[in-house]
Design a protein around this ligand. Structure first.
Ligand SMILES: *[C@@H]1O[C@H](CO)[C@@H](O)[C@H](O)[C@H]1NC(C)=O
Length: 425
């Protein structure tokens, strides 16, 4: 009898504990749901899915945005066919969406009406966006843009044709800049940068790709418009290399870095390889001739650019982006007065403003003249990956289907809500 009373009160206490635990879990669940981003926005792709481990960079702390530091994105806006892709990545990086960019300032660097209209639509879509009007566009405009900086902020300058970045790219370059005042400029590790392309090739990150061999008579006229015409807006092309066939063609077919495009609108395909012939296959492709030189063929060659892009998309698909990361202890690659392209960089606006005006083009001033003068250096954070579509000298990259593939990746993985990129004027 006594034993029975003891048992039933213990049972009651267990029940109470169970109910309490369930209630507590429900409260916690509700709380965290409300803490999260608005539900109409899709969740960001987790870092591990982007192939970049947040744990291996060697910086002393987790990537948490420091309070009291204002981070402003500075976009040199020109072309809507590129910006519709970048825009998706930018939106994820806004502080209101859990990223590090408090504001984005769009420098209008074009007078083409359709592009300007598109810019105004983007800016109207979000209160964190603002247009900065400068008196002149083009190269003069690049210089003028730097006079519009607000003091004491970290600026992340982004070219309008950055078509891919990881969720941690901006946090990483900003963190590295904050922790390393000895670097005037911290750049992301860019795919298609004249210096870094050479490094990536020699680290075995670049794969053998060749343009598809097409009989000129088989190219439909719709795909071979006037070479000088503005290419039509890109449409989505499956971004995964595995969705496309492997390259086939004659064994003695080579493609040199300075060859013309085979046809308007074409694709590059993966050469089949085995361990035995990997080296031989790579030497049939343009990257094997790449130079580590600011003004060398990695800047001039559309073909070297294209091969880097197709290789990147393969590494992205295979979850092997760590192929691009290096430097023990997470220390950066220092370019030390060799001019490096500034497609995606972090700078401290105070350091820039106190040394203006620029006496040469911004890239030279930021990565060579000023750092030399004030005894600082320029660093590439090799763990902060991003993709730069093309330089002016590589215009023929637009004859490949690459923009369509980056658009496909962005729409599948990066765009949050309805992006203004989904409408064309
Ligand atoms: C920017 O540089 C100035 C001048 O060196 C320095 O006082 C300031 O702390 C820096 N700001 C940030 C956010 O690092």
């Amino acid at each position: 009898m006594l034993g029975g009373i003891f048992d039933s009160s213990r049972l009651r206490r267990r029940w109470q504990l169970l109910i309490l635990t369930i209630l507590l879990s429900i409260i916690l669940l509700l709380f965290f749901r409300h803490e999260g981003r608005p539900r109409e926005l899709s969740d960001p792709v987790p870092l591990n899915q982007l192939g970049i481990s947040p744990h291996n960079q060697g910086i002393g702390h987790r990537l948490v945005k420091p309070s009291g530091v204002k981070v402003i994105g500075l976009i040199f806006f020109g072309r809507k066919d590129r910006v519709q892709i970048l825009q998706c990545f930018l939106e994820r990086n806004l502080a209101v969406n859990g990223g590090w960019l408090d504001e984005i300032h769009w420098i209008r660097n074009t007078d083409i009406k359709a592009d300007v209209d598109y810019l105004h639509k983007i800016v109207a879509s979000n209160p964190a966006y603002r247009v900065i009007e400068i008196k002149e566009t083009g190269f003069v405009g690049y210089g003028l843009a730097w006079t519009t900086l607000q003091p004491d902020a970290i600026y992340v300058k982004i070219d309008d044709d950055v078509v891919w970045l990881a969720d941690d790219t901006i946090p990483r370059i900003v963190s590295t800049k904050l922790e390393h005042p000895e670097y005037l400029v911290v750049s992301a590790n860019m795919i298609n940068s004249p210096l870094m392309g050479w490094v990536h090739y020699h680290m075995s990150a670049i794969k053998p790709y060749l343009p598809e061999v097409i009989n000129p008579e088989d190219v439909p006229p719709s795909l071979a418009p006037d070479k000088d015409a503005r290419p039509p807006p890109p449409s989505r092309i499956p971004w995964r290399y595995s969705a496309h066939p492997q390259w086939t063609g004659p064994d003695d077919y080579l493609f040199s870095h300075d060859q013309e495009t085979p046809a308007m609108r074409h694709r590059w395909l993966r050469l089949p390889t085995s361990q035995d012939d990997l080296v031989k296959q790579l030497h049939r492709t343009p990257i094997s001739e790449a130079e580590y030189k600011t003004w060398g063929n990695s800047l001039q060659s559309w073909a070297i650019a294209a091969q880097q892009h197709y290789s990147f998309l393969e590494n992205l698909c295979d979850n092997k982006l760590d192929l691009y990361q290096f430097s023990a202890g997470g220390l950066p690659w220092v370019t030390d007065y060799r001019r490096v392209s500034i497609n995606l960089i972090a700078v401290n606006s105070t350091e820039i403003l106190e040394h203006l005006p620029m006496d040469t083009v911004d890239e030279e001033w930021l990565t060579v003249s000023l750092p030399k003068r004030i005894q600082k250096s320029v660093a590439v954070d090799t763990h902060a990956l991003a993709v730069h579509f093309s330089f002016g000298t590589q215009g023929s990259v637009a004859t490949t289907d690459l923009l369509g593939r980056y658009l496909d990746y962005a729409q599948e993985n990066a765009c949050m809500a309805d992006s203004p990129g989904s409408y064309w004027i």
